[in-house]
Design a protein around this ligand. Structure first.
Ligand SMILES: Nc1ncnc2c1ncn2[C@@H]1O[C@H](COP(=O)(O)OP(=O)(O)OP(=O)(O)O)[C@@H](O)[C@H]1O
Ligand SMILES: [Mg+2]
Length: 252
């Protein structure tokens, strides 16, 4: 299946209009620890929405929740379908593709096998070949290393591979959990340059970040999460002009 063939899939879904993701009053606890305290977030067609926040704010918990990995209170709809009402496989089939913080690569497999595994659920072989070419154009470092084992690659190369693999799954909504963490500036630039072409493919993106500058550079809209609560929301322009954001996250 290609993005084109899936395009109508959400059209008949109840409500939602052109909303890709709608989270309402999302609450998650791990035993006595409350990680999300009523989070509301919306992500429209083709948007890049960034959820920023410090360590422990609840970013990964939110990503895990929308991807159907955690029990939660409230509501999360992906193109109008409540995520808790469908299986993980079904969410992936519908195009919700999650690039986790841990990257989850197959370390003993080479680059190309990792990429092809990202397309395991896709029958359209011409789409797979075309998308492989797209990923290699996006990240030439991967093309130079098609036969290299994933575990022998640098952290930055592994991050590119993780994003590339997610792209092979024909995402409608791509969830990127802190893709820039621990990366050197030169690699950060490579990741940065990949974002626009991905959006231009028609992919909507939920990006979590501690790197507020990176998020400001790429987001259409942003949410600041602190201690499980959204405390600010707005466009990058609005948040750049916000005293609290400037003082707390941009060094004054
Ligand atoms: N499996 C778990 N069991 C218990 N508590 C957890 C678990 N996972 C996360 N937490 C707690 O939930 C809160 C939110 O964690 P989460 O990993 O979502 O934050 P984060 O914003 O992704 O942080 P980081 O930037 O460090 O990745 C933290 O207080 C964390 O200790
Ligand atoms: Mg996290």
């Amino acid at each position: 299946m290609s993005s084109q063939s899936r395009a109508g899939a959400g059209a008949g879904a109840a409500g939602g209009g052109n909303m890709v993701l709608e989270a309402e009053n999302v609450q998650v606890s791990y035993g006595k620890v409350t990680a999300l305290r009523g989070v509301d977030l919306e992500l429209g067609e083709g948007e890049l929405v960034s959820l920023i926040g410090p360590n422990g704010a609840g970013k990964t918990t939110f990503c895990d929740t929308v991807n159907g990995f955690l029990p939660f209170g409230g509501s999360v709809r992906f193109r109008g379908t409540e995520v808790s009402s469908v299986s993980r496989d079904e969410l992936v089939d519908r195009g919700m593709i999650y690039c986790t913080e841990e990257r989850d690569l197959f370390g003993f497999m080479d680059v190309e096998d990792n990429l092809r595994l990202g397309a395991y659920a896709i029958d359209d072989e011409s789409y797979v070949e075309q998308q492989l070419e797209f990923v290699y154009d996006l990240f030439p470092r991967l093309e130079e290393r098609t036969d290299q084992n994933a575990r022998s690659m640098s952290g930055g190369e592994q991050q590119m591979l993780a994003i590339g693999r997610a792209l092979m799954g024909d995402p409608d909504l791509l969830v990127l959990d802190e893709p820039t963490i621990g990366l050197a500036p030169v690699i950060l630039e490579d990741i940065s340059q990949a974002i626009d072409p991905i959006q231009e493919q028609g992919v909507s993106i939920l990006l979590t970040e501690q790197n507020v500058t990176f998020a400001l550079d790429h987001a259409d809209r942003m949410y600041l999460l602190e201690n499980g609560e959204v405390v600010k929301t707005g466009t990058p322009e609005e948040l750049r002009g916000d005293d609290y954001i400037r003082e707390t996250y941009l060094g004054g």
